[in-house]
Design a protein around this ligand. Structure first.
Ligand code: TRP
Ligand code: SF4
Length: 327
């Protein structure tokens, strides 16, 4: 049986954190056994908002690649590549831009939100408005059947479907219409209880050294009503407890639940225990990572191999596209 093909991407905005691990990465890792997978780093997409701060992009790309390999994405099972290394994406983006009506882009909820949210940034650019057109090119280039994404990206996949349908309508049936495969967003919050995000400065990174993890865990906000050691706590509203539920064994979780409610355990001790278990859980990732840190040539070879494979598919698609468009 032919495996269905899926594709997804990440923008290189920084090293990956626990939120990414329990969201996208865990999902991708599972999917690599069931689907033919294409995963790539969307570096051109990073430019749509960070066009004035391109300095760290290249090093972020390498860091993310190492994160991917360390958590167990396999270059044997998936095609791992970098968007800007496959120039065909730019050509397809151009052709799709000819048939994409502006109102489709202007009513994109992500577009409106970001413009409103990032007030200190001039996002009234052609590239930023065209973000979903580039994303559509990324997806249909590989004739992906499915696109695993979080809910925030769902409108972009919806637009991709509309753009692909419109292309097929004008030029003939070249592209399958991709499905959105919604990824469960993890319950994991940042150390300040907001959504874990690099831009909030509240994330714990996969590549974080153990000492640093201990420090961050020590800063975590616990049950806000538990001001004193003698106050009873409520684990249901405590972020440290959510972490215990992921990283500690079930007996420990039950014990903490009980002792917290009776003020028999203090938050300092509870956090230390959680940090130890978190550090232990990340140990295999850290170990693999130190191998890739010591062997940059291996990482480079994996990137090259993936890029070659992606390019050969993209080249083939573009031949079909040019024939269909008659250009
Ligand atoms: N826009 C996606 C994000 O910010 C990244 C991305 C670019 C993507 N192209 C894609 C995701 C194609 C899935 C498919 O997360
Ligand atoms: Fe949270 Fe643990 Fe403190 Fe209870 S004891 S409030 S679970 S950190």
């Amino acid at each position: 049986m032919v495996k269905k093909r899926i594709l997804s991407g990440m923008r290189p905005t920084g090293p990956l954190h626990l939120g990414n691990l329990h969201g996208a990465l865990a999902n991708w890792k599972k999917m690599q056994n069931e689907y033919e997978c294409f995963f790539f780093i969307a570096d051109w997409h990073a430019l749509t908002s960070d066009y004035d701060a391109t300095g760290p992009i290249r090093s972020y790309i390498i860091e993310i690649f190492k994160d991917w390999l360390s958590v167990g994405l396999s270059p044997e099972k998936c095609t791992l590549f970098i968007q800007s290394h496959v120039k065909e994406h730019a050509e397809l983006f151009l052709l799709l831009s000819m048939i994409t009506p502006l109102p489709w882009l202007e009513r994109n909820p992500t577009y409106k939100e970001q413009i409103a949210e990032l007030k200190n940034k001039d996002l009234s650019t052609f590239g930023f408005l065209g973000y979903p057109v580039l994303q559509a090119a990324d997806i249909i280039m590989y004739k992906a059947n499915g696109v695993p994404v979080g809910i925030d990206q769902a409108p972009h996949v919806e637009l991709t479907r509309e753009i692909a349908r419109r292309f097929n309508y004008f030029y003939g049936n070249v592209f399958p219409i991709p499905q959105t495969i919604l990824t469960e967003t993890p319950k994991i919050l940042g150390i300040d209880r907001r959504k874990m995000s690099k831009s909030y400065n509240n994330a714990i990174f996969l590549s974080e050294p153990p000492e640093q993890i201990k420090k961050k865990v020590a800063q975590m906000i616990t049950d806000p009503h538990r001001a004193r050691r003698t106050d009873r706590g409520n684990p249901d509203v405590c972020n440290v407890f959510s972490f215990h539920q992921i990283y500690s064994d079930s007996d420990t979780v039950k014990q903490i639940d009980r002792e917290c409610r009776k003020a028999q355990i203090g938050c300092v001790q509870c956090k230390q225990q959680m940090a130890r278990n978190l550090i232990k859980a990340l140990e295999p990732i850290r170990e693999k990572r130190s191998y890739y840190d010591a062997h940059p040539d291996v990482v480079r070879a994996i990137i090259e191999k993936g890029t070659r494979r992606a390019r050969s598919v993209a080249r083939q698609t573009m031949e079909e596209v040019r024939a269909a468009v008659k250009i």
